[in-house]
Design a binder for this molecule. Structure first.
Ligand SMILES: Cc1cc2nc3c(=O)[nH]c(=O)nc-3n(C[C@H](O)[C@H](O)[C@H](O)COP(=O)(O)OP(=O)(O)OC[C@H]3O[C@@H](n4cnc5c(N)ncnc54)[C@H](O)[C@@H]3O)c2cc1C
Ligand SMILES: *[C@@H]1O[C@H](CO)[C@@H](O)[C@H](O)[C@H]1NC(C)=O
Ligand SMILES: *[C@@H]1O[C@H](CO)[C@@H](O)[C@H](O)[C@H]1NC(C)=O
Ligand SMILES: *[C@@H]1O[C@H](CO)[C@@H](O)[C@H](O)[C@H]1NC(C)=O
Ligand SMILES: *[C@@H]1O[C@H](CO)[C@@H](O)[C@H](O)[C@H]1NC(C)=O
Length: 532
């Protein structure tokens, strides 16, 4: 091994620390020796063991889904917060040497909590990237290096601070970590014009399963292909991405038009299905569908048509009058603003919020308990299907559906360009979510609701296999008949997330991490048999 002396010291510290956690793995002699050496060293990175009084605060710090902080869910033995790339290498080398499972957390938004909780039963340590969050923008080079622990909001803010005519096309939610988000694709309001975050990666720095730092050149194109869309936690620990900036106008235009069933929502969504994927690439109109329950017992469904247009009001009004006049978009509905203001608007920050809020790293919404699923729609959903959805929505409580239009450049990029596969032929993506506040009390009812809605949707969505978005991770997809998650037979969810790209992902995993060091409930498995 070629290690710098500081890496060596860190490894010793780790050996000591891991020995305390897993006493059987190292002899008492080496423990003492390591201990003595460790004492003489200055600790550079924080490591919180479960006995540390700050442990639970650190664990919670970015955990978005409270379902995975429940007492009966398996927690890490410790959380390590590397302060440098060398620390990450040391963690991987020690973890590998001692056979300790590591999990990586950047923004903590994983839907099934696999970055900080486990359903696999083995003890594990979380490598939390929160201290590695610098963003360096190179305006002349049209690019930026962003460390894995930075949030999307930090990246967007730093870009806008350096240039009023550049942006980056990734997620709507500004508290996502770039480490996990881009690894799974990363779509947002500029998807129809520019594609995904993962479509705009120029280079990378990643620690592999041997603890080496690789970049695009040294990892070769196969692995570079796999980490752009193949989902986090399978191939290595992303240290930083080099992203390519995209041009945005000085002024963009946004609108949000709200319609209830009584105001003709069904007809409008019918029309939206036909046009949203064909509109000018500069226009992205998503529909956020929620129940509206009032005291008069006349419940209804509200659809919010929320849009970003990369241009000004006049051409937007013309496009809408020509392609979607039924929505009745008027000048008063439209607001022109800078791109960074539109980032706040699209996610739902109140008007007038300062973009600096993006630097605080705090999520806009309080963490709650939730479960989500996704679908891709390739054929128009008939009116009867839409009406079925409305009754599910009205039945649910804490329910939310978002329809995200595809088309534009998403149809031009070949399915095999990067490992994210959902491209041409997709009209729109559906996101289903249910959330609640009372922990375990109503969990079963809510979980049951979303699973039943998902079965109801089967006839209306992509088939053989039914596709899903890996960043909307759903452990139900790997469930066997007994209701247990089947970790071994990954082909069930693999083709749903990755289509024909799954096979190549497995081949690459087998080559770069045959021992399956980087693993979680739905990581890409090595050595999978494809029998048909
Ligand atoms: C409120 C909310 C809104 C969302 N909005 C969008 C959206 O608009 N668009 C969209 O595309 N998605 C969206 N998502 C989904 C989001 O993209 C995924 O949850 C994504 O995986 C989050 O990345 P993270 O780093 O925050 O999460 P984490 O929980 O930290 O990580 C997610 C996965 O990546 C792995 N991982 C984390 N860091 C690294 C690393 N440095 N190297 C390698 N693997 C790593 C983890 O082990 C885990 O498997 C949203 C999620 C939530 C909860
Ligand atoms: C908890 O861990 C941190 C980081 O390693 C350390 O600085 C602190 O002293 C620990 N606190 C206790 C009470 O052990
Ligand atoms: C719902 O109730 C409100 C308030 O009483 C009323 O104005 C509205 O017309 C009702 N809508 C329907 C569809 O009955
Ligand atoms: C996308 O699919 C449609 C219909 O299946 C086809 O006509 C079109 O040529 C495809 N476009 C690309 C860029 O592959
Ligand atoms: C509720 O908690 C119990 C343990 O207290 C657990 O076994 C069960 O799976 C939980 N139910 C749900 C739906 O999370």
């Amino acid at each position: 091994m070629f290690l710098s002396s500081s890496t060596g010291i860190l490894i010793l510290q780790w050996l000591l620390f891991l020995t305390a956690l897993f006493p059987s793995s190292v002899t008492a002699d080496s423990t003492r020796k390591n201990f003595l050496q460790c004492l003489s060293q200055h600790q550079r990175s924080s490591c919180f063991t479960a006995r540390n009084s700050s442990f639970s605060a650190i664990l919670k710090s970015t955990a978005q889904n409270l379902r995975f902080l429940m007492p009966y869910v398996q927690k890490p033995q410790a959380i390590f917060m590397p302060a440098s790339e060398t620390d990450v290498q040391a963690a991987v080398r020690c973890g590998k040497q001692l056979g300790i499972q590591l999990r990586v957390r950047s923004g903590g938004h994983d839907y099934e909590g696999v970055s900080y909780a486990s359903e696999m039963g083995e003890p594990f340590v979380v490598i939390d990237m929160a201290k590695l969050r610098s963003v360096t923008v190179d305006v002349d080079g049209n690019s930026a290096w962003v460390e894995a622990g930075a949030t999307l909001g930090e990246l967007y803010y730093r870009i806008s601070e350096s240039s009023s005519v550049n942006g980056f096309p990734a997620g709507v939610c500004t508290s996502l970590g770039v480490g996990g988000h881009i690894a799974g694709g990363g779509y947002g309001t500029m998807m129809r014009k520019y594609g995904l975050g993962a479509d705009h990666i120029l280079d990378v720095r990643m620690v592999d399963a041997d603890g080496n730092i690789l970049d695009r050149e040294s990892m070769k194109e196969d692995l570079f292909w796999a980490i752009r869309g193949g989902g986090g936690g399978s191939f290595g620990i992303i240290l930083a991405w080099k992203v390519q900036l995209v041009p945005v106008p000085e002024k963009v235009t946004v609108f949000a038009v709200r319609k209830t069933l009584e105001q003709g929502l069904t007809k409008l969504i019918n029309k939206w299905q036909q046009v949203a994927h064909k509109l000018d690439d500069n226009l992205f109109i998503r529909v956020i569908v929620q129940p509206n329950k009032n005291n008069n017992n006349n419940n209804t469904v509200i659809g919010l048509f929320k849009a970003l247009f990369l241009g000004q009001t006049d051409p937007l009004i013309q496009i809408m009058a020509h392609s979607f006049p039924e929505l009745g978009l008027a000048e008063e509905d439209c607001t022109e603003m800078s791109w960074i203001e539109s980032v706040l608007y699209s996610f739902g920050y109140p008007t007038g919020t300062s973009p600096q809020v993006l630097l605080y790293g705090k999520p806009l919404f309080k963490p709650n308990y939730f479960k989500a699923k996704s679908d891709f729609v390739r054929d128009l959903i008939p009116t009867s299907g839409l009406e079925g959805i409305w009754s599910w929505i009205m039945d649910g409580d804490g329910s939310l559906i978002i329809l995200n239009p595809y088309g534009g450049i998403m149809s031009q990029i070949p399915e095999s360009q990067i490992s994210f596969p959902h491209r041409n032929g997709t009209l729109f993506q559906i996101y289903y979510q249910v959330s609640w506040q009372d922990g375990n009390i109503t969990a079963a009812r809510h979980m049951d609701w979303i699973r039943k809605l998902y079965s109801f949707m089967r006839p209306y969505v992509s088939k053989s296999p039914r596709k899903a978005y890996v960043n909307y991770r759903d452990l139900d997809l790997g469930m066997n008949k007994e209701g247990n998650t089947n970790y071994v037979e990954a082909s069930a969810w693999g083709r749903k997330y990755f289509g024909d790209n799954f096979k190549r992902l497995v081949q690459i995993k087998t080559k770069v991490d045959p021992d399956n060091f980087f693993r979680h409930e739905q990581s890409i498995p090595p050595h999978l048999n494809f029998n048909g």
